[in-house]
Design a protein around this ligand. Structure first.
Ligand code: AMP
Ligand code: GLY
Length: 421
């Protein structure tokens, strides 16, 4: 098979790495890829939202299966375009991806089907939002409706911070049209887990749980990011909780989407808070998480191609997922300035040393090759990922590997998987 992976982050590096292990795969292309992906696949200079360009490339190269990483491509309708043109592609349609693309759509669906989530109000103009904030209790959470690369959510301790969040989203339009509507919702507390499943629109295969670290700094301080680290499995998702998440949340959402005429086929990712009153949905994503994919894919033992094909063909009941029992930890190295505008073109040293250790991977995100050197080219730069006999061993290995890599201005959390929640 000839495979095209769309995207160029750590998630896509892990996907390419995993897909290449399938005995059925002959060649892997990645658009646009990065310096790490270029070492194991053929990179193509096409952006994930260049749907027509990607379609033309896939036709010309006789690609048998395209796997989509980023939400922007899904929301731009890449799956509809490929399927309409007779090409096989893994991911939800544009209509189904709206579950991630619009938090307002998601909230309305959850409410309509009584799926547990935070209480919330939807606003279409800043005046009403400011008015509502005057009588709210704090902390409170303000969320832009549309895609904002994980940066559109603010947990606001005071009215002033909440007003500033509304201003940034709706008046300054920091996230563009994603801020035409916003949600203000109740602040929930409890451990957070990411639960992903493959679904073909009727069957579900739930993956092992993963813990993501959204905040930039240790002890969950600083701004929200796309994710600064992850580990899997997570004890927070015990058997009982997992059954509740599957039955009360995932199955019901998959059925709800089908009933809405938006059959969801692909990876459905639930961002959940395990509150004292049970699991509550914070958000849905329509794709693999990043960096959750890194820790999940290094632990996945089964052939990924077969699972992706069963998802597309509506035959998920015919496959099983098998896991390496060893835990995995991923520590993200980000560029100076991230999650704001980040410094680029810093040479990265020490990449090969880390890559030589067994069960340790330097998954590249924002990297590129420039005059024979690998340099930084984005906010999140590397996802240093390790397996270990237990979580602490995996954590030690990952941090030892982090110490071997250097670039100017690098920032990372030091507490990934330190205190297991
Ligand atoms: P989201 O993109 O909606 O998952 O939000 C990003 C992050 O903001 C989540 O991972 C949580 O850490 C935090 N968050 C979102 N919604 C809430 C909420 N209702 N209560 C507390 N924290 C929240
Ligand atoms: N790590 C969170 C995400 O992929 O959205």
């Amino acid at each position: 098979m000839r495979i095209l992976v769309v995207g160029g982050g750590g998630r896509e590096h892990a996907l390419v790495w995993k897909l290449r292990q399938s005995p059925r795969v002959e060649q892997v292309f990645c658009a646009p890829g990065n310096a790490g992906i270029a070492a194991i696949a053929t990179c193509v200079e096409l952006q994930p939202t260049d749907v027509d360009g990607l379609f033309a490339f896939a036709k010309k190269e006789r690609i048998n299966l395209t796997v989509v990483g980023p939400e922007a491509a899904l929301c731009a309708g890449i799956v509809d375009r490929f399927e309409g043109g007779g090409l096989r592609i893994f991911g939800p349609s544009q209509a189904a991806a709206e579950l991630e693309g619009s938090k307002v759509f998601c909230k309305n669906l959850l409410r309509k089907h009584s799926i547990p989530t935070a209480d919330s109000r939807i606003f279409v103009n800043p005046r009403d939002a400011y008015e509502y904030l005057r009588t709210s209790t704090y902390p409170i959470v303000v969320k832009a409706d549309g895609l904002a690369q994980g940066k559109g959510v603010s947990v606001c301790p005071t009215p002033e911070v909440a007003q500033a969040a509304v201003r940034t989203i709706m008046e300054e339009k920091a996230f563009g049209p994603a801020g035409n509507r916003l949600i203000i919702e109740e602040h929930l507390t409890g451990p957070e887990v990411s639960v992903l499943c493959f679904t073909d629109g009727k069957n579900l295969l739930v993956l092992d749980g993963a813990q993501d670290y959204k905040r930039l700094e240790d002890a969950d301080l600083g701004p929200n990011t796309g994710g600064m680290g992850a580990y899997s499995p997570t004890p927070a998702l015990d058997e009982g909780t997992r059954a509740i998440v599957e039955g009360d949340i995932l199955v019901r959402v998959v059925h709800a989407m089908k009933n809405e005429g938006r059959l969801f086929r692909g990876v459905l990712y639930a961002g959940l808070m395990l509150t004292r009153n049970g699991p509550r949905v914070l958000e849905f994503n329509a794709r693999f998480g990043d960096p959750e994919a890194q820790v999940l894919l290094v632990r996945m033992r089964c052939d990924l191609v077969s699972v992706l094909e069963a998802t597309i063909d509506g035959k998920l009941d015919e496959v099983d997922l098998t896991w390496d029992p060893r835990p995995a930890v991923c520590v993200v190295l980000a560029a100076k300035g991230y999650p704001g505008s980040s410094e680029k073109d810093q040479p990265i040293q020490g990449l090969t040393e880390g890559a030589l250790t067994p069960d340790v991977w330097n998954f590249h995100a924002g990297t590129r090759r420039h005059r024979g050197e690998i340099v930084t080219s984005g906010g999140r730069v590397l996802g240093v990922t390790a397996l270990g006999q237990d979580l602490q061993a995996a954590r030690t290995r990952a941090y030892e590997a982090v110490e071997r890599v250097h670039f100017s201005g690098a920032q990372h959390r030091t507490d990934i998987a330190r205190r297991v929640r």
